[in-house]
Unconditional design. Structure first.
Length: 478
């Protein structure tokens, strides 16, 4: 598979094209230091076979932000060095830190905006990013990634909503690009040209009057001109449309742009890949072969392979899917698609991040802080002699499914076949009851349930049931 071919990223050769994008874990303490839980989380990705691991956003400055890793002082280097050493000692995965600067927010809903920053503060940000990249190199990372996406400082300068009126102002594209251009120049002065530095930025802001892929293509071209090692594309996640809950710090993933950033189960698969492909085509047409990574509800191995094999993108970022099953790369490499613990995009992980709680996957065994090991020796779950006894009842416009518990089952995949014969996993649950609220009356739907162990072993299948929601007398309601 093309997905498992190596790729040279500005001298950093990643062993395959599967990337763990930066995901906040909330596993560090308020001190921002690397601890055992952090190490265990990222070593698990390395053991699972990811080609490039991007460590969660770590602050380049001293600012209160709850449990968040730091790279703002030399005191953090030993812990980061230990983390890198443990990852490199586990596999040939490459690892980079995502470094971030963010502005102040308050529980009242107030937030600092880029026009409130003085020129001296901007100068300090330039130095802080350069110093953080120096620390990344000292710690033994294979490169670094600048976080210029979502609601944070660099992205806010790039935004069309940038309200500044000076040389960094939002009324011109060059003004919006000025800060990140200065940061790249400072980084190169401090670490040289042989240390890969990628950038994560937005292909579309998904806010009113925000920039779209038209601007993103030009931003990507400028980043390529600046020598970015790779371009990692995301969308949305902005403060401008965030829903503020009184008494809580605003969370930039609560509005529509947040939905687009982390699309839930009601979104189609891969809703944003066309943006990444368009940006890649654009920068290639201007003579740059900068690798492009895409992300956003990519979980099907065939989809991931097609994206890379067709040249649409160079790297596939899988965040929530690899949180659910860090062994996704190894299982795909060995053709064990049926053993993948499939993310159902319930976004429990997103809500945990929003409350500064430790981020886990709802599909893991109860009480687990890390994904379960890939234990091939454990037995597959089994139903008793009575069988699954899957039943479906209709009422109030929905189908209610119930079935017996299977011994050893950690989860159940609910599979639905539509009238055209298309089979999809409608949901993944730990309980033995599920409701389908998305039925169209007059059409038959078939269901079966597969029982799986914690590491994906099993796939024991239930009986099949068929239901059809009665049609209303439309003439009577006209």
């Amino acid at each position: 598979m093309k997905l498992f071919e190596p790729l040279n990223v500005a001298g950093m050769v990643i062993p395959n094209r599967v990337m763990v994008p930066a995901m906040v874990t909330r596993l560090s303490g308020e001190d921002g230091l690397v601890n055992k839980d952090i190490i265990d989380r990222y070593v698990r990705y390395a053991r699972g076979g990811a080609g490039l691991i991007v460590i969660e956003a770590m602050a380049v400055h001293h600012a209160k932000s709850g449990p968040l890793l730091r790279s703002s002082d030399d005191q953090f280097v030993p812990g980061l060095s230990d983390l890198v050493r443990r990852i490199h000692g586990t596999s040939d995965s490459k690892v980079v830190p995502q470094i971030i600067h963010f502005m102040k927010v308050a529980k009242s809903g107030w937030r600092q905006t880029v026009d409130m920053l003085s020129l001296a503060e901007i100068d300090r940000i330039v130095e802080e990013f350069g110093d953080a990249v120096v620390r990344a190199r000292t710690a033994g990372f294979d490169g670094a990634e600048l976080h210029s996406a979502h609601a944070y400082t660099l992205a806010s300068f790039l935004s069309r909503a940038n309200p500044r009126m000076d040389d960094y102002g939002g009324d011109t594209l060059e003004g919006r690009l000025r800060l990140i251009g200065r940061i790249f120049g400072n980084i190169r002065r401090k670490v040289g040209d042989d240390f890969p530095v990628g950038v994560r930025f937005l292909a579309d802001e998904f806010i009113k009057d925000g920039y779209t892929v038209n601007d993103a293509k030009l931003i990507g071209l400028r980043l390529a001109q600046l020598g970015a090692a790779y371009l990692s594309l995301s969308v949305g996640g902005k403060f401008e449309d965030a829903v503020h809950v009184p008494g809580q710090v605003p969370y930039p993933y609560t509005g529509y742009s947040g939905d687009r950033c982390m699309p839930g189960d009601w979104y189609p698969a891969m809703p944003h890949v066309q943006f990444s492909a368009e940006i890649k085509t654009f920068i290639m047409a201007h003579g740059f072969n900068t690798p492009v990574a895409t992300a956003g509800k990519i979980s099907n191995p065939d989809d991931a392979e097609r994206l890379v094999a067709t040249g649409a993108v160079d790297i596939v970022g899988i965040a929530r899917g690899l949180l659910a099953d860090p062994d996704w790369p190894n299982k795909v490499r060995h053709g064990e698609f049926d053993r993948i613990v499939k993310c159902d995009y319930c976004n429990v992980c997103k809500h945990l991040d929003g409350t500064h709680s430790r981020v886990i996957c709802a599909l893991w065994p109860q009480g687990s802080l890390q994904a379960p090991p890939d234990d091939r020796s454990s037995e597959a779950p089994r139903w008793s002699a009575e069988g699954a006894n899957l039943t479906a009842t209709m009422g109030e416009g929905k189908a209610t499914l119930k079935w017996n518990k299977a011994a050893g089952a950690a989860r159940y995949d609910v599979c639905r076949t539509d009238p055209l014969g298309n089979v999809e996993i409608a949901d993944a649950v730990k309980v033995t009851r599920w409701e389908d609220h998305g039925l169209l009356a007059g059409m038959p739907y078939r269901y079966h349930v597969c029982a799986y162990g914690a590491a994906g072993q099993g796939g024991t299948t239930s009986n099949t049931v068929t239901v059809s929601l009665p049609m209303l007398n439309l003439a009577a309601h006209a």
